[in-house]
Design a protein around this ligand. Structure first.
Ligand SMILES: NC(=O)c1ccc[n+]([C@@H]2O[C@H](COP(=O)([O-])OP(=O)(O)OC[C@H]3O[C@@H](n4cnc5c(N)ncnc54)[C@H](O)[C@@H]3O)[C@@H](O)[C@H]2O)c1
Length: 374
């Protein structure tokens, strides 16, 4: 559907949807801006978009929330971009979600379990959720995707939105695409598509929550590998090879975890396009390059604090989580790139190991298209 002709498809019920964005980092702020511009145009949504802010005191002594509400700008995580007057920052998590029936979750993944636990019993029972979060939790019983965590803890349905979406570029309204993954209800997916779509942000639905979410999660591990290659001054051929091997590991890992994952998902914006943009320009690539240039002698934590000014890296923790899944199942040799990235990040291997180890071609025919080893 053309975003300029987007209809809200809600005339039969006349129910107005109220949106809250949980999270206000770089992508969270851009998501609030996108959504806020659409709720003003689409009659089935309330104009106001609430945005929960993890409160911080700025160097000026002011509260971040007060500055956002006064200047319409998240001066810490998205400086120079106006969010729109209908985006209202709220430091009180429970208050921010209490009236909403559309909840957009967009925080670094490591904070999500705590946030969900604080929200148990506090969200509307008819609420629908969408997760823009890249990452997963590893529990004793196995990996848990963030959309499942939200559904299980809050008892609500959860879609996902992922894609080649470097937030600062979308903030400047440069053309890009994204993918909404949904489980069952096409009309819910289309409501999310309408809420996010603009002339410069084209969103397509696919019925494959886990495939879309795993693409968004795993590509951050491949981006670390691409950053090591850049830091070692290897060329474009090497980087392309790393991306290809990474994409293959993403696909095999996803299909082993969830037999429902579809091959076509890897050709959507959430798949190959997100992998390319993250390996060319994202923050995981950038910090991994610095790590390799320093010969692995400065830790990721130190580099993250120095280079990202409060923004969070997802790739290092995701690499650890993926490694836990692989080692529990004895799959390390089937996933040499994922395994090597983790071992480099914890200092067990030098950054140069990224090409030494990736040259082994595992026999994926053992596992391809099958979930029975999981
Ligand atoms: N930035 C991008 O370009 C981009 C694009 C697509 C997806 N994503 C994904 O979106 C998610 C959110 O990333 P982002 O870029 O909006 O955030 P960010 O890394 O820019 O900012 C970090 C956020 O975490 C908050 N925070 C810090 N400590 C916290 C705590 N203890 N509890 C709760 N919140 C805390 C900060 O206030 C800030 O809002 C991540 O999963 C990321 O992978 C980011």
């Amino acid at each position: 559907m053309s975003p300029t002709t987007a209809v809200d498809g809600n005339s039969s019920t006349n129910k107005k949807f109220k949106v809250t964005v949980v999270g206000s980092g770089n992508w969270g702020s851009v998501a609030a801006k996108l959504i806020g511009s659409n709720t003003l145009k689409l009659s089935s949504f309330h104009d106001e978009v609430r945005m929960w802010v993890f409160e911080e005191t700025l160097p000026s002594g002011e509260k971040l929330t007060d500055v956002i509400n006064r200047d319409n700008e998240n001066v810490k995580y998205l400086p120079g971009i106006k969010l729109g007057r209908n985006v209202v920052a709220d430091p009180d998590l429970v208050n921010a979600v209490k009236d909403a029936n559309m909840l957009v979750f967009v925080t670094p993944h490591q904070f999500m379990e705590g946030i969900c636990r604080r929200l148990v019993g506090k969200v509307r029972s008819d609420a629908e959720a969408i997760s823009l979060i890249k990452g997963m939790e590893v529990k004793m019983e196995g990996p848990c995707m963030i959309s499942s965590l939200i559904s299980e803890l809050l008892g609500i349905n959860c879609c996902v939105l992922m894609g080649a979406n470097i937030a600062n570029e979308i903030a400047k309204e440069m053309f890009s695409e994204a993918t909404v993954g949904y489980r069952e209800h096409r009309e819910v997916a289309e409501r999310w598509v309408n809420l996010f779509s603009t002339t410069y942000f084209i969103v397509s639905p696919v019925q494959d929550v886990e495939g879309v979410e795993l693409c968004g999660t795993l590509k951050n591990v491949v981006a670390l590998a691409a950053g090591f290659v850049d830091g070692l001054d290897m060329g474009n051929n090497t980087k392309a090879a790393i991306m290809r091997i990474g994409l293959r590991e993403m696909r095999v890992f996803s299909k082993l975890m969830f037999s429902s994952v579809k091959d076509n998902t890897f050709f959507e914006s959430c798949g190959v396009a997100d992998l390319i943009t993250t390996c060319l320009g994202g923050r995981n690539r950038k910090v991994a390059e610095a790590f390799a240039r320093n010969g692995g002698k400065r830790s990721f934590d130190e580099l993250e604090a120095e280079m990202l000014q409060g923004q969070k890296l997802q790739g290092v923790s995701t690499a650890k989580e993926v490694y836990e899944v692989l080692s529990k199942r004895g799959w390390q040799e089937l996933f040499p790139l994922f395994t090597t990235v983790h071992e480099i990040t914890i200092g067990h291997l030098p950054p140069s190991a990224i090409v030494e180890h990736s040259e082994h071609t595992p026999n994926f025919s053992l596992v391809e298209g099958s979930a029975q080893y999981y």
